[in-house]
Design a protein. Sequence first.
Length: 41
Amino acid sequence: MEEEKQLAGEDRLSGEIVEVYRQPLPGEVVERYSRPLPGRP
């Protein structure tokens, strides 16, 4: 049980890493980093 959760978490994380290192267009970068973080004013 524990291991399955950990594996799923790692798999999701590698998917996020792939998304980060995918070459984004300059507009995507601006949009991503200019967007306010959730929970901030």
